[in-house]
Design a protein around this ligand. Structure first.
Ligand code: ADP
Ligand code: MG
Length: 332
Protein backbone atom coordinates (compact mmCIF):
# COMPACT_ATOMS: atom_id res chain seq x y z
CA UNK A 1 0.00 0.00 0.00
CA UNK A 2 2.89 2.39 0.61
CA UNK A 3 3.88 2.25 -3.06
CA UNK A 4 0.31 2.84 -4.27
CA UNK A 5 0.01 5.72 -1.82
CA UNK A 6 3.28 7.22 -3.05
CA UNK A 7 2.07 7.06 -6.62
CA UNK A 8 -1.17 8.77 -5.58
CA UNK A 9 0.90 11.30 -3.61
CA UNK A 10 2.53 12.32 -6.87
CA UNK A 11 -0.86 13.50 -8.08
CA UNK A 12 -2.40 14.82 -4.89
CA UNK A 13 0.64 16.34 -3.18
CA UNK A 14 2.87 18.15 -5.58
CA UNK A 15 4.40 20.59 -3.10
CA UNK A 16 3.75 22.06 0.37
CA UNK A 17 0.91 24.20 -1.01
CA UNK A 18 -1.03 21.16 -2.19
CA UNK A 19 -0.59 19.42 1.18
CA UNK A 20 -1.80 22.54 2.98
CA UNK A 21 -4.76 22.83 0.62
CA UNK A 22 -5.83 19.25 1.38
CA UNK A 23 -5.42 19.72 5.15
CA UNK A 24 -7.34 23.00 5.23
CA UNK A 25 -10.10 21.44 3.11
CA UNK A 26 -10.36 18.70 5.72
CA UNK A 27 -10.68 21.33 8.46
CA UNK A 28 -13.47 23.04 6.51
CA UNK A 29 -15.23 19.72 5.93
CA UNK A 30 -14.96 19.17 9.71
CA UNK A 31 -17.00 22.33 10.28
CA UNK A 32 -14.14 24.35 11.78
CA UNK A 33 -14.79 27.97 12.68
CA UNK A 34 -11.08 28.72 12.73
CA UNK A 35 -8.06 27.28 10.95
CA UNK A 36 -4.47 28.19 11.83
CA UNK A 37 -1.60 27.20 9.57
CA UNK A 38 2.04 27.37 10.64
CA UNK A 39 4.88 26.68 8.24
CA UNK A 40 8.54 25.97 8.82
CA UNK A 41 10.85 26.90 5.94
CA UNK A 42 7.97 27.66 3.57
CA UNK A 43 6.35 24.31 4.40
CA UNK A 44 9.38 22.29 3.31
CA UNK A 45 10.43 21.44 6.87
CA UNK A 46 7.09 21.60 8.64
CA UNK A 47 3.39 22.22 8.14
CA UNK A 48 0.97 22.43 11.07
CA UNK A 49 -2.77 22.89 10.58
CA UNK A 50 -4.93 23.32 13.69
CA UNK A 51 -8.72 23.50 13.61
CA UNK A 52 -11.62 23.54 16.05
CA UNK A 53 -13.81 21.18 14.01
CA UNK A 54 -15.59 17.93 14.89
CA UNK A 55 -12.36 16.01 15.44
CA UNK A 56 -11.82 12.28 15.17
CA UNK A 57 -12.45 9.55 17.74
CA UNK A 58 -9.40 7.33 18.48
CA UNK A 59 -10.80 4.48 16.38
CA UNK A 60 -11.19 6.84 13.40
CA UNK A 61 -7.51 7.81 13.34
CA UNK A 62 -6.18 4.64 11.65
CA UNK A 63 -9.02 4.82 9.11
CA UNK A 64 -8.16 8.42 8.27
CA UNK A 65 -4.73 7.36 6.99
CA UNK A 66 -6.01 4.34 5.09
CA UNK A 67 -6.40 4.68 1.34
CA UNK A 68 -9.89 5.36 -0.02
CA UNK A 69 -11.30 5.53 3.49
CA UNK A 70 -13.45 8.59 3.63
CA UNK A 71 -16.14 9.49 6.12
CA UNK A 72 -17.70 11.79 3.53
CA UNK A 73 -19.56 9.57 1.07
CA UNK A 74 -22.50 7.49 2.19
CA UNK A 75 -22.34 3.88 0.97
CA UNK A 76 -25.23 4.33 -1.42
CA UNK A 77 -24.38 7.80 -2.71
CA UNK A 78 -22.72 8.52 -6.00
CA UNK A 79 -20.43 11.36 -6.94
CA UNK A 80 -23.22 13.56 -8.26
CA UNK A 81 -24.13 15.16 -4.95
CA UNK A 82 -20.82 16.11 -3.40
CA UNK A 83 -21.15 18.79 -0.74
CA UNK A 84 -17.76 18.35 0.91
CA UNK A 85 -14.39 19.50 -0.39
CA UNK A 86 -12.89 16.02 0.06
CA UNK A 87 -14.38 12.71 -1.02
CA UNK A 88 -11.55 10.58 -2.42
CA UNK A 89 -9.91 9.49 0.84
CA UNK A 90 -6.45 9.98 -0.61
CA UNK A 91 -4.89 13.04 0.96
CA UNK A 92 -3.82 11.76 4.38
CA UNK A 93 -2.57 8.35 3.17
CA UNK A 94 -0.67 10.11 0.38
CA UNK A 95 0.96 12.60 2.74
CA UNK A 96 1.71 9.83 5.26
CA UNK A 97 3.50 7.82 2.59
CA UNK A 98 5.96 10.58 1.66
CA UNK A 99 6.43 12.49 4.94
CA UNK A 100 6.09 12.25 8.71
CA UNK A 101 2.43 12.81 9.51
CA UNK A 102 1.03 13.21 13.01
CA UNK A 103 -2.70 13.51 13.66
CA UNK A 104 -3.82 14.69 17.09
CA UNK A 105 -7.54 14.94 17.53
CA UNK A 106 -10.31 15.27 20.04
CA UNK A 107 -14.04 15.34 19.37
CA UNK A 108 -15.80 18.13 21.33
CA UNK A 109 -17.55 15.67 23.68
CA UNK A 110 -14.42 13.60 24.48
CA UNK A 111 -12.39 14.31 27.62
CA UNK A 112 -9.04 13.61 26.03
CA UNK A 113 -7.22 13.64 22.73
CA UNK A 114 -5.51 10.83 20.78
CA UNK A 115 -2.55 10.84 18.46
CA UNK A 116 -1.34 8.74 15.55
CA UNK A 117 1.90 9.04 13.58
CA UNK A 118 2.67 7.74 10.10
CA UNK A 119 6.20 7.96 8.72
CA UNK A 120 6.98 7.00 5.14
CA UNK A 121 3.85 4.82 5.14
CA UNK A 122 4.51 3.06 8.45
CA UNK A 123 1.47 3.54 10.68
CA UNK A 124 2.20 3.75 14.41
CA UNK A 125 -0.07 3.05 17.37
CA UNK A 126 -2.87 5.30 18.62
CA UNK A 127 -1.71 6.99 21.81
CA UNK A 128 -3.31 9.33 24.33
CA UNK A 129 -2.37 12.99 23.94
CA UNK A 130 -3.24 16.42 25.27
CA UNK A 131 -5.12 18.72 22.91
CA UNK A 132 -8.22 20.93 22.99
CA UNK A 133 -11.29 19.85 20.96
CA UNK A 134 -10.53 19.82 17.24
CA UNK A 135 -7.68 18.49 15.16
CA UNK A 136 -4.00 19.23 14.74
CA UNK A 137 -2.22 17.79 11.73
CA UNK A 138 1.55 18.08 11.54
CA UNK A 139 3.53 17.22 8.43
CA UNK A 140 7.29 17.06 8.84
CA UNK A 141 9.97 16.61 6.19
CA UNK A 142 7.64 16.49 3.19
CA UNK A 143 9.02 14.12 0.52
CA UNK A 144 11.86 12.82 2.72
CA UNK A 145 10.69 9.33 1.65
CA UNK A 146 10.71 10.24 -2.06
CA UNK A 147 14.06 11.90 -2.80
CA UNK A 148 13.28 12.31 -6.50
CA UNK A 149 10.30 14.48 -5.60
CA UNK A 150 12.21 16.31 -2.88
CA UNK A 151 14.65 17.59 -5.50
CA UNK A 152 11.84 19.46 -7.25
CA UNK A 153 10.94 21.59 -4.25
CA UNK A 154 11.73 25.24 -4.87
CA UNK A 155 13.25 27.80 -2.52
CA UNK A 156 11.41 28.29 0.77
CA UNK A 157 10.18 31.70 -0.39
CA UNK A 158 8.58 30.26 -3.52
CA UNK A 159 6.90 27.40 -1.68
CA UNK A 160 5.68 29.85 0.94
CA UNK A 161 4.08 32.08 -1.72
CA UNK A 162 2.23 29.13 -3.27
CA UNK A 163 1.09 27.95 0.15
CA UNK A 164 -0.26 31.32 1.22
CA UNK A 165 -2.04 31.60 -2.14
CA UNK A 166 -3.75 28.22 -1.60
CA UNK A 167 -5.02 29.29 1.83
CA UNK A 168 -6.08 32.70 0.50
CA UNK A 169 -8.29 31.01 -2.08
CA UNK A 170 -9.96 28.85 0.57
CA UNK A 171 -10.32 31.86 2.89
CA UNK A 172 -12.07 33.82 0.11
CA UNK A 173 -14.45 30.92 -0.45
CA UNK A 174 -15.25 30.63 3.27
CA UNK A 175 -15.79 34.03 4.91
CA UNK A 176 -17.55 32.30 7.81
CA UNK A 177 -14.21 30.79 8.95
CA UNK A 178 -11.26 32.67 10.50
CA UNK A 179 -7.82 31.88 9.06
CA UNK A 180 -4.20 32.63 9.86
CA UNK A 181 -1.00 31.57 8.13
CA UNK A 182 2.41 32.10 9.70
CA UNK A 183 5.90 31.02 8.76
CA UNK A 184 7.89 30.74 11.96
CA UNK A 185 6.70 33.82 13.83
CA UNK A 186 5.94 35.91 10.74
CA UNK A 187 2.21 36.24 10.12
CA UNK A 188 1.55 36.02 6.36
CA UNK A 189 -2.23 35.99 6.29
CA UNK A 190 -4.82 37.04 8.82
CA UNK A 191 -8.45 36.72 7.82
CA UNK A 192 -10.37 37.40 11.04
CA UNK A 193 -13.79 36.11 12.03
CA UNK A 194 -16.61 38.36 10.80
CA UNK A 195 -19.36 39.76 12.97
CA UNK A 196 -22.76 38.00 12.90
CA UNK A 197 -24.21 41.13 11.22
CA UNK A 198 -21.77 40.86 8.34
CA UNK A 199 -22.23 37.11 8.04
CA UNK A 200 -25.98 37.56 7.73
CA UNK A 201 -25.35 39.46 4.46
CA UNK A 202 -23.35 37.13 2.15
CA UNK A 203 -22.35 39.87 -0.32
CA UNK A 204 -21.09 42.11 2.49
CA UNK A 205 -19.28 39.17 4.10
CA UNK A 206 -17.55 38.37 0.82
CA UNK A 207 -16.53 41.97 0.26
CA UNK A 208 -15.09 42.20 3.76
CA UNK A 209 -13.20 38.93 3.37
CA UNK A 210 -11.89 39.87 -0.09
CA UNK A 211 -10.64 43.13 1.39
CA UNK A 212 -8.84 41.25 4.18
CA UNK A 213 -7.25 38.77 1.79
CA UNK A 214 -6.60 40.78 -1.39
CA UNK A 215 -6.21 44.23 0.13
CA UNK A 216 -8.39 47.31 0.14
CA UNK A 217 -7.46 48.22 -3.46
CA UNK A 218 -9.40 45.24 -4.69
CA UNK A 219 -12.43 46.11 -2.58
CA UNK A 220 -12.35 49.67 -3.95
CA UNK A 221 -11.86 48.69 -7.61
CA UNK A 222 -14.23 45.75 -7.72
CA UNK A 223 -17.75 46.11 -9.09
CA UNK A 224 -20.27 43.77 -7.43
CA UNK A 225 -22.18 41.40 -9.65
CA UNK A 226 -24.99 38.97 -9.01
CA UNK A 227 -26.82 37.15 -11.78
CA UNK A 228 -29.03 34.06 -11.71
CA UNK A 229 -30.07 31.98 -14.68
CA UNK A 230 -31.55 28.49 -15.05
CA UNK A 231 -30.87 27.46 -11.46
CA UNK A 232 -27.26 28.69 -11.48
CA UNK A 233 -26.07 31.86 -9.80
CA UNK A 234 -22.94 33.93 -10.28
CA UNK A 235 -21.94 36.49 -7.66
CA UNK A 236 -18.76 38.28 -6.69
CA UNK A 237 -16.67 41.18 -7.90
CA UNK A 238 -15.28 42.16 -11.27
CA UNK A 239 -12.25 44.45 -11.21
CA UNK A 240 -12.56 47.68 -13.18
CA UNK A 241 -10.64 47.55 -16.50
CA UNK A 242 -8.27 50.20 -15.09
CA UNK A 243 -7.34 47.75 -12.32
CA UNK A 244 -5.43 44.98 -14.07
CA UNK A 245 -2.40 42.72 -13.85
CA UNK A 246 0.29 41.42 -16.17
CA UNK A 247 -0.60 37.81 -15.35
CA UNK A 248 -3.88 36.05 -14.75
CA UNK A 249 -2.81 34.86 -11.29
CA UNK A 250 -5.29 37.18 -9.59
CA UNK A 251 -8.42 35.65 -11.03
CA UNK A 252 -10.17 33.83 -8.25
CA UNK A 253 -12.88 31.43 -9.32
CA UNK A 254 -15.05 29.34 -7.02
CA UNK A 255 -17.60 26.68 -7.83
CA UNK A 256 -19.87 25.69 -4.95
CA UNK A 257 -17.34 26.93 -2.38
CA UNK A 258 -14.40 25.20 -4.06
CA UNK A 259 -11.51 27.21 -5.52
CA UNK A 260 -10.94 26.04 -9.10
CA UNK A 261 -8.60 26.80 -11.98
CA UNK A 262 -10.51 26.08 -15.07
CA UNK A 263 -9.80 26.92 -18.71
CA UNK A 264 -13.43 27.41 -19.58
CA UNK A 265 -13.93 29.86 -16.71
CA UNK A 266 -10.73 31.82 -17.36
CA UNK A 267 -11.58 31.90 -21.08
CA UNK A 268 -15.03 33.32 -20.28
CA UNK A 269 -13.46 36.04 -18.11
CA UNK A 270 -11.10 36.95 -20.95
CA UNK A 271 -14.06 37.09 -23.34
CA UNK A 272 -16.00 39.39 -21.02
CA UNK A 273 -13.13 41.90 -20.87
CA UNK A 274 -11.94 41.66 -24.47
CA UNK A 275 -13.37 45.05 -25.46
CA UNK A 276 -11.79 46.76 -22.44
CA UNK A 277 -8.33 45.27 -22.01
CA UNK A 278 -5.34 44.60 -24.23
CA UNK A 279 -4.53 40.91 -24.69
CA UNK A 280 -1.50 41.04 -22.42
CA UNK A 281 -3.45 42.59 -19.55
CA UNK A 282 -5.45 40.51 -17.10
CA UNK A 283 -8.42 41.67 -15.07
CA UNK A 284 -8.70 40.93 -11.37
CA UNK A 285 -11.89 39.05 -10.54
CA UNK A 286 -13.39 37.01 -7.71
CA UNK A 287 -16.35 35.05 -9.03
CA UNK A 288 -18.51 32.65 -7.08
CA UNK A 289 -20.62 30.22 -9.06
CA UNK A 290 -23.33 28.27 -7.28
CA UNK A 291 -24.71 25.47 -9.39
CA UNK A 292 -26.53 22.17 -8.87
CA UNK A 293 -23.76 19.72 -7.80
CA UNK A 294 -25.20 17.23 -10.29
CA UNK A 295 -24.42 19.69 -13.12
CA UNK A 296 -20.69 19.82 -12.37
CA UNK A 297 -18.07 17.08 -12.14
CA UNK A 298 -15.23 17.86 -9.70
CA UNK A 299 -13.77 14.36 -9.90
CA UNK A 300 -11.67 15.11 -12.99
CA UNK A 301 -8.27 15.07 -11.30
CA UNK A 302 -7.09 14.02 -7.80
CA UNK A 303 -6.34 17.64 -6.87
CA UNK A 304 -10.04 18.49 -7.50
CA UNK A 305 -9.24 21.95 -8.91
CA UNK A 306 -10.50 21.16 -12.40
CA UNK A 307 -14.20 20.95 -13.09
CA UNK A 308 -16.40 19.88 -15.93
CA UNK A 309 -19.82 21.41 -16.51
CA UNK A 310 -22.79 19.62 -18.00
CA UNK A 311 -23.86 22.91 -19.59
CA UNK A 312 -20.69 24.83 -20.42
CA UNK A 313 -22.60 27.40 -22.51
CA UNK A 314 -24.77 28.33 -19.52
CA UNK A 315 -21.72 28.91 -17.32
CA UNK A 316 -19.86 30.87 -19.98
CA UNK A 317 -22.94 33.00 -20.63
CA UNK A 318 -23.35 33.77 -16.92
CA UNK A 319 -19.76 34.94 -16.62
CA UNK A 320 -19.75 37.05 -19.77
CA UNK A 321 -23.14 38.68 -19.07
CA UNK A 322 -22.50 39.03 -15.35
CA UNK A 323 -19.22 40.87 -15.88
CA UNK A 324 -20.43 42.99 -18.82
CA UNK A 325 -23.54 44.13 -16.93
CA UNK A 326 -21.48 44.97 -13.85
CA UNK A 327 -18.99 46.99 -15.90
CA UNK A 328 -21.80 48.74 -17.79
CA UNK A 329 -23.41 49.73 -14.47
CA UNK A 330 -20.05 51.18 -13.48
CA UNK A 331 -19.96 53.28 -16.66
CA UNK A 332 -17.97 51.08 -19.04
P1 ADP B 1 -11.23 12.83 2.28
O1 ADP B 1 -11.14 14.24 2.72
O2 ADP B 1 -11.32 12.70 0.78
O3 ADP B 1 -12.31 12.05 3.00
P2 ADP B 1 -8.61 12.59 3.50
O4 ADP B 1 -7.49 11.63 3.29
O5 ADP B 1 -8.33 14.04 3.24
O6 ADP B 1 -9.83 12.10 2.63
O7 ADP B 1 -9.13 12.44 5.00
C1 ADP B 1 -9.54 11.16 5.44
C2 ADP B 1 -10.58 11.24 6.54
O8 ADP B 1 -9.97 11.73 7.74
C3 ADP B 1 -11.73 12.18 6.27
O9 ADP B 1 -12.76 11.56 5.54
C4 ADP B 1 -12.17 12.56 7.69
O10 ADP B 1 -13.04 11.58 8.21
C5 ADP B 1 -10.89 12.49 8.49
N1 ADP B 1 -10.28 13.81 8.73
C6 ADP B 1 -9.21 14.33 8.09
N2 ADP B 1 -8.89 15.55 8.54
C7 ADP B 1 -9.81 15.85 9.51
C8 ADP B 1 -10.02 17.01 10.37
N3 ADP B 1 -9.24 18.08 10.30
N4 ADP B 1 -11.05 16.93 11.24
C9 ADP B 1 -11.85 15.83 11.31
N5 ADP B 1 -11.69 14.73 10.53
C10 ADP B 1 -10.69 14.73 9.63
MG1 MG C 1 -9.56 15.51 2.36
Amino acid sequence: PTLVNRIAAGEVVERPASAVKELVENSLDAGASRVDVTLGDGGRARIVVVDDGVGMAPEALPLAVRRHCTSKLAADSDLTTIHTLGFRGEALPSIGSVARLTLTSRPPDADSAWRLTVAAGLVGAVEPAAHPPGTRVEVGDLFFATPARLKFLKAARTEQTHTVDAVKRLAMAHPEVAFTVADGDRVLLRAPALSPDLLADPAAARRERLGAVLGRAFAENGVPLDLAREGARLAGFAGLPTFHRGTSSEQYLFVNGRPVRDRLLHGAVRGAYQDFLARDRHPVVALYLEIDPAAVDVNVHPAKTEVRFRDAALVRGLIVSGIRHALADAGH
